[in-house]
Design a protein around this ligand. Structure first.
Ligand code: EPZ
Length: 418
């Protein structure tokens, strides 16, 4: 099982490029099931979750060809409208095929994703939304079975709470439903807007994506298209925090600065200098003595929960007390326990983590528990004194393309070992 060997402290300096957004590529790949015609997606990141989604599309019956960062999907026939357990258990975002399969062939059988390290993560809002569109949804033997033999019909779907993939699942299903669908209290993440842009190119009629209410007029069929995925704002944010925590000078290129405003505000409050350079690059210069700044995660455009762990690592080096409140997931502080083993002073009280700094970290053996927690440990290991090993880095490979190569390029002392 791969490990990272990291020596610190280092100061990062130089330019690091951002890949396409994993959380935009996943729904975009699922959307290819909505048409018989080929869809070509550019800037698809080479990460494990994408590989899992491509094999899932293959088992469903689509032809999937990869050429570098481009993926071409042709779902001429749907031979098996099913997402099997052995794939879903490794990637819960497989539930994104539920809406497209139901809309395309009137039935879908998707394994219940089960919990994951950061929380229970049910998909009840996905299924109750699809029932409003006329699907009959039952559950047996750990699978969700959904049927809509007469097709889906438009409806008003008001989400009890904001759900990113729930919004995306319903958005895809509604494109082929008869009549108009309104999605209310929809997620406003940039990845939802990117999916709507792709669907629009395929002939869907969508208004309001990126806002809380999305209006969809169903059409009879969708055609093929070409689309370039937006840059990964979480990867970009991780590299900005890497520049800040090491007191470095890092230029993050190929990103969309407008997607990172909540983080930029916090980095500046903490004493870092952040400047936009052109339309697609951000330069961060870390403060010699970072200051503490409280932070609360919120749905977009608030501070992203997917950057909470990385921000906590930064706050271990900040002067003073910072209170980090996690409002999205019920169990997303596992990284705090590992950071404490490196010398951080963190106390967890329910949904809040109280971080007292600055604390000198020392290298240690730590274990990654989930994708973004792993990134947090990499950041901490780069400023810790001495050698750290991070075990179970397959978590980080799910969502970061060649992270050790990109960080080494700007001065990190990091190797992948068996
Ligand atoms: C997406 O997950 C992202 N994944 C997550 O990124 C991200 O952390 C999350 O949105 C929040 O921004 C992808 O886009 C593939 P939610 P998703 O549905 O859609 C509850 C990463 O690191 N909920 O917005 O699964 C849920 O339990 C990953 O790349 C229900 O109760 O998240 C959570 O508390 C981690 N019922 C809250 O809503 C439902 O039916 C938000 O979840 C659905 C969700």
């Amino acid at each position: 099982m791969d490990k990272f060997l990291i020596r610190g402290p280092v100061r990062l300096e130089g330019e690091v490029p951002v890949s396409g957004a994993k959380n935009s590529a996943l729904p975009a790949l699922a959307a290819c099931l909505l048409t018989r015609e080929p869809v070509t997606l550019e800037r698809i990141p080479r990460v494990r979750d994408i590989a899992t989604m491509k094999s899932l599309l293959g088992t469903i019956g689509a032809r999937v060809e990869t050429d570098g960062g481009a993926v071409r999907v042709e779902a001429k026939e749907i031979s098996q409208p099913e997402a099997p357990y052995q794939l879903v258990k490794t990637m819960r975002a497989s539930s994104l095929v539920l809406g497209p399969l139901l809309a395309r062939c009137g039935r879908a059988r998707v394994s219940m994703p089960g919990g994951c390290a950061i929380g229970a993560r049910p998909i009840n809002l996905h299924t109750s939304g699809l029932e409003l569109l006329g699907a009959r949804v039952t559950q047996s033997h750990g699978y969700i079975e959904a049927e809509a033999p007469q097709g889906l019909r438009g409806a008003v779907v008001h989400f009890d709470r904001i759900t990113v993939t729930g919004t995306e699942d319903l958005l895809m299903a509604a494109t082929l439903a008869r009549g108009e669908t309104l999605l209310e209290n929809a997620a406003r993440e940039p990845e939802v807007k990117d999916l709507a842009d792709l669907l629009g190119r395929m002939g869907a009629r969508i208004e309001g994506a990126g806002a809380s209410t999305i209006r969809i007029q169903g059409v009879d069929w969708l055609h093929g298209a070409e689309h370039t995925i937006i840059p990964d704002r979480i990867e970009a944010g991780t590299f900005l925090i890497a520049g800040a925590i090491t007191g470095g000078d890092v230029l993050v290129t190929g990103c969309q600065p407008e997607h990172l405003q909540a983080l930029i505000v916090k980095l500046r409050q903490g004493g870092a200098e952040v400047q936009q350079q052109g339309a697609a690059a951000l330069r961060v210069r870390g403060a010699r003595a970072p200051r503490s700044a409280d932070m609360t995660t919120e749905e977009h455009p608030g501070f992203p929960t997917d950057l909470q762990a990385q921000y906590m690592a930064l706050m271990t080096q900040a002067e003073g007390i910072s209170i980090i409140t996690e409002t999205i997931f019920e169990n997303r502080f596992m990284h705090a326990l590992e950071l404490t083993r490196m010398g951080a002073n963190i106390r967890i009280e329910g949904r809040q983590a109280i971080v007292a700094g600055p604390r000198k970290l020392s290298g240690a053996q730590v274990i990654a528990s989930d994708l973004r927690a792993s990134a947090s440990l990499v950041l901490a290991a780069m400023v810790a004194e001495g050698e750290s090993t991070i075990d179970r880095v397959y978590h980080i490979d799910r969502g970061y393309e060649r992270i050790e190569a990109k960080l080494a390029q700007v001065g990190a002392n990091i190797q992948r070992t068996e």
